[in-house]
Design a protein around this ligand. Sequence first.
Ligand SMILES: O=P(O)(O)OC[C@H]1O[C@H](OP(=O)(O)OP(=O)(O)O)[C@H](O)[C@@H]1O
Ligand SMILES: O=c1cc[nH]c(=O)[nH]1
Ligand SMILES: [Mg+2]
Length: 210
Amino acid sequence: MTEHLTVVNHPLVQHKLSIMREKDTSTKSFRQLLREISLLLAYEVTRELPMTTMQIETPLCPMEAPTIEGKKLALVSILRAGNGLLDGILDLIPNARVGFVGLYRDPETLQPVQYYFKVPSELEDRVTIVVDPMLATGNSSVAAIDLLKKAGANNIRFLCLLAAPEGVARMKAAHPDVPIVTAALDSHLNDHGYIVPGLGDAGDRMYGTK
Ligand SMILES: O=P(O)(O)OC[C@H]1O[C@H](OP(=O)(O)OP(=O)(O)O)[C@H](O)[C@@H]1O
Ligand SMILES: O=c1cc[nH]c(=O)[nH]1
Ligand SMILES: [Mg+2]
């Protein structure tokens, strides 16, 4: 991908996102909408995957048919809110390999605390798509991508639902090679590191926790 930041302005994405932001939207609707949006965002983040051709036979004749090149994609979810994007994308790319990076953000320091790491083999030969709905300070996504690069990943994209300018800048400084795809670039972070206007705590809204 050529752009560092791509904002998906598609009307369906923007309409669904507005309902997700609304504070009275139920947990059930929030989860359903995130799943629906994830399919549309996946379309965008896979737009420039490398292609090749394979020889097939249609009922009429042989043909060189386009196909995605290389090993199966790796999808990596930053737990736990990342799973809300992962589930929908797996419907679209059912053969993908899947990894998990368990991180939670310390509410005082805003630093990520790692509790899990399990990723597919041969990451160096795969396109890796990291998913997490929220890019706030960028501390979590930068830490997750640090770990993935140590594990061999060298062709990484980051997919989120909402991004703050602070997080985009932090990602650009730490991982300029990682393009970001998001549904919206919001205004700023508040004193507690929450995205404004945002949608609140994505994990809590998805799973009904507080
Ligand atoms: O860019 P940052 O400032 O690091 O913030 C973003 C992180 O915060 C949220 O996770 P959270 O820590 O709430 O964990 P959860 O997914 O388990 O709710 C979100 O899903 C990101 O991982
Ligand atoms: O606004 C924010 C910031 C971090 N994590 C969230 O879930 N929401
Ligand atoms: Mg959370």
